[in-house]
Design a protein. Structure first.
Length: 622
RNA sequence: GCGCUCGUAGCUCAGUUGGAUAGAGCAACUGCCUUCUAAGCAGUGGGUCGUGGGUUCGAUUCCCGCCGGGCGCACCA
């Protein structure tokens, strides 16, 4: 908040010293080390460099024009031309009082709200959600929350995998299993049953003997189909035939397809409800099916897509340097085409086609009637080339599109062995099992800690805390790391009370709340009108940290990196812990007590708001 | 082969337009509970930021070469 004012005034001062300079690059940032001051700007050095000026002289000239006496002490010029600002305690108290009056919580809503579509999670129908979906889901949800908090209009859209070749196999499997609506075989765990059937058919397609044997004992659902002697090749063609029928609108296959959707929706709803994730739209790949033919036709008409080896492909138009061209690759020293397929040689479409149709739908305002300012895709790193190709093809197709297209990618989740996370038996880890285990481990920990403190708490209460702590731990472990690095999954680390973890932050929150409970002083703080007295270094450091909440939220929004917010909240909690050690709250009196209660209140509010922006709950007691 | 990406303390990771003496947690060691939750705090030790060049007043950050890991590269999504 204060840094914005400093920044504006500094920009004015620079503009008057260097008319015509682009002052947007003149930024004010928190100091890396408190000994230099509270905020700094190193932009003058860059400006001086561009103009071959003496940076210190420029700094002296700018400071002479700078009027910030109401906010900070004398501006210092250090080193090669750093400007260091030290905020006056009175200015800090002023901002804190604004927050106590409910005018703000150390951030401002944006002056330029953007319409932003965020595409994330994207699980597959008829399959269990697994650990591979967690990063996209959690990251996307958090980004949506942060952007909304800053006043942007966000549409979340879950682009589920409800279409494609696997449905041919699923429908074939459904038929030979003679499933019907509310089939008992599907009741206890329908997703697991569908997964079994899918595996059986897909492995039979690959010629696996065991699966072939199983399959040969199933029901031949139509004349001319003799399962007892069926060969892998026929399984493949049968599955393909079922897919073609589905795509042609066959009513029985559509019926089965709808049934698969319904079964999956139950699972998705269950998982998202546990995670506290909400979507404005769930428009699966199938939704875009009616447009695919037209997409390819248009691309061909405009010469963007051409036939190659029986397929329809988009390849390079030579508009960018070869090295940067997503449609080129080098083989044996020569640049060769590396096209994106939009139609297979058998006439089927693939995911580039669907993504282009989806992009067009979103760009044309299918969700709310207007062109969005930004469309964000949250997927894993492996899809980088795909999205570069899709974005490039789209820009050629609709050059007039202004929406910013962003691929927010993230690394893999690895097990403790450094290999992609798997269960002991080598299976992918199911998301629901992961959440169960998090809650179970958190429950054991809560129970143990409560026991150590010789306190009592009902099981229901402990379960409730464990749910909040366990899910928070999983989410926070993911969000607190730079999304682009692969991340090593460790129960021990994420549930640890030490370090940058959810339980540490949640615990810090309960310590604040406990003061208010003990002191019975809830509410009414904002109305006292008393001036705040910030004297102890721990009080001042905590207050200054509160001031920077907004800077961090904006950084998260600009770079799509929730880990900045995690680092900030960890720092804040550390400042609070130090304050808590050395500044008794309830035992202090007068202005000290008022000020300290105010710091506690604001700290709690920022932690709660910050965790909420990460999709993490807090609890009053731990 | 080409492309993307990573390489920072023993381990797991941060590192905000290039900026000041590269940070945190774990692990090791030392203190602090008649005091608002010690699930905490304070402190000590630990680094050729893979490597070699270049640009710069200044490089973990930008550029180039090399070494090592991960991933991707035509009909799966």
């Amino acid at each position: 908040m204060l840094h914005k004012m400093l920044e504006e005034r500094l920009q004015q001062a620079v503009a008057s010293v260097l008319p015509g300079a682009d002052v947007r690059s003149v930024l004010v940032r928190p100091c890396p080390d408190a000994k230099f001051g509270d905020y700094q700007s190193n932009a003058l050095m860059a400006l001086a460099k561009e103009r071959k000026m003496n940076p210190r002289q420029l700094a002296i000239d700018v400071v002479a024009k700078l009027e910030v006496g109401d906010i900070c002490e004398k501006t210092e010029i250090a080193g090669a031309g750093f400007l260091n600002f030290r905020i006056k305690p009175s200015a800090i108290a002023g901002v804190l009082q604004g927050a106590l009056r409910g005018e703000h919580l150390f951030f401002q809503k944006t002056d330029h709200p953007r319409d932003i579509i965020i595409d994330f999670s994207s699980p597959n129908v008829a399959k269990p959600m697994h650990v591979g979906h967690i990063r996209s889901t959690i990251l996307g949800d958090s980004l949506a929350r942060v952007l909304r908090l800053l006043g942007h209009r966000v549409i979340t859209d879950n682009h589920i995998g409800d279409w494609g070749t696997q449905f041919g196999m699923l429908i074939f499997g459904w038929k030979i299993e003679r499933f019907f609506v509310n089939d008992p075989a599907l009741l206890p765990d329908p997703i697991a049953e569908l997964e079994r059937v899918y595996k059986m058919v897909s492995q039979a397609c690959d010629g696996k003997e065991e699966s072939m044997t199983q399959l040969r004992q199933k029901f031949s659902y139509e004349p001319g189909l003799d399962l007892s002697s069926i060969q892998p090749e026929e399984v493949r063609s049968r599955a393909r035939a079922e897919l073609v029928k589905l795509q042609a609108g066959d009513s029985q296959n559509l019926d089965i397809w709808n049934r698969l959707q319904a079964i999956s929706k139950t699972q998705f709803d269950r998982v998202y409800s546990r995670l506290g994730v909400r979507f404005d739209y769930v428009l699966g790949e199938g939704f875009y099916n009616p447009w695919l033919k037209e997409v390819v036709a248009e691309l061909r008409d405009r010469g963007i897509a051409v036939e190659s080896e029986g397929a329809i492909v988009v390849s390079s138009d030579g508009s960018v340097p070869q090295q940067q061209d997503p449609f080129l690759t080098q083989k044996e020293g020569k640049w060769v085409s590396n096209p994106a397929l939009v139609q297979k040689s058998d006439g089927g479409f693939n995911y580039a086609t669907t993504d282009l149709a989806t992009l067009q739908f979103r760009w044309r305002g299918g969700h709310w009637g207007g062109e969005p300012d930004e469309i964000v895709y949250v997927t894993d790193a492996r899809q980088q080339l795909h999205f570069r190709q899709v974005f490039a093809a789209f820009c050629r197709w609709h050059p007039e599109a202004k929406a910013r297209l962003a691929h927010v990618w993230f690394g893999s989740i690895l097990g403790e062995d450094g290999r992609p996370l798997k269960t002991r038996s080598g299976e992918t880890v199911k998301l629901e099992d992961l959440l169960d285990e998090a809650e179970e481990r958190a429950f054991e920990m809560v129970t143990r800690k409560i026991g150590e403190k010789e306190q009592t708490m009902s099981e229901e209460q402990r379960r409730d805390i464990a749910r909040i702590v366990g899910l928070g731990a999983i989410k926070y472990a993911d969000l607190s790391q730079n999304r682009q690095t692969d991340y090593l999954f460790s129960w021990e680390k994420m549930l640890s009370m030490q370090g940058n973890t959810a339980p540490y932050l949640q615990y810090a929150y309960t310590r604040v709340r406990s003061i208010f409970r003990k002191g019975n002083v809830e509410g009414g703080l904002g109305q006292t009108g008393d001036s705040l007295s910030l004297e102890a270094s721990e009080e001042i450091a905590l207050a200054k940290q509160l001031l920077n909440f907004g800077i961090v939220l904006e950084a998260v929004a600009d770079d799509y990196r929730p880990n900045f917010l995690c680092a900030y909240l960890y720092d804040l909690s550390g400042h609070f812990a130090r304050f808590y050690e050395s500044c008794p709250v309830l035992k202090s009196e007068g202005a000290h007590r008022v000020s300290r209660l105010a710091l506690c209140d604001l700290t709690a509010r920022v932690i709660k708001q910050g965790l909420d922006a990460l999709g993490i709950d807090t609890t009053e007691q731990m």
